[in-house]
Design a binder for this molecule. Structure first.
Ligand SMILES: [Zn+2]
Length: 130
């Protein structure tokens, strides 16, 4: 392998982060605003696939709040694990059966975020503000 190709391979493997590790932060989101009204909350973060929608809070508010960020990242993992349509259907079903606070995905997010080493979030994911 010539040095140029080796450099290219190295660049691909080591420098460019894989696309799947990118997380988007959407501030002033309409969908999060609706959730704010629905939940009668001043600030809401709502995960949809690989995007964390925010309303009433800035990206900095979220990124500087380790337990909040870890909670939302658990939801990102839940989407990754099941895929967007299956997760959404399952989440809605859980919500109908158990409500917001007691549905299994919210309970899991609360349990896991107590154990999550927040440092690894920044190692494994790259945050991009939309
Ligand atoms: Zn949650």
């Amino acid at each position: 392998m010539n040095p140029g190709a080796l450099f290219e391979l190295h660049r691909k493997l080591c420098v460019q982060p894989p696309m799947k590790n990118k997380i988007y932060l959407k501030t002033n989101s309409r969908i999060a605003r609706l959730a704010c009204i629905w939940l009668r909350s001043r600030a809401v973060a709502l995960v949809w696939g690989r995007t964390i929608h925010l309303y009433g809070a800035t990206a900095d508010d979220l990124l500087s709040n380790p337990s909040w960020l870890a909670h939302e990242m658990v939801h990102v993992r839940q989407y990754e694990f099941r895929g967007v349509p299956r997760f959404l259907a399952s989440y809605l079903w859980e919500w109908v059966k158990h409500g917001y606070y007691n549905n299994r995905y919210e309970r899991e997010a609360r349990d896991v975020n107590r154990q999550w080493d927040v440092g690894t979030i920044f190692d494994n994911y790259k945050f991009e503000i939309k």
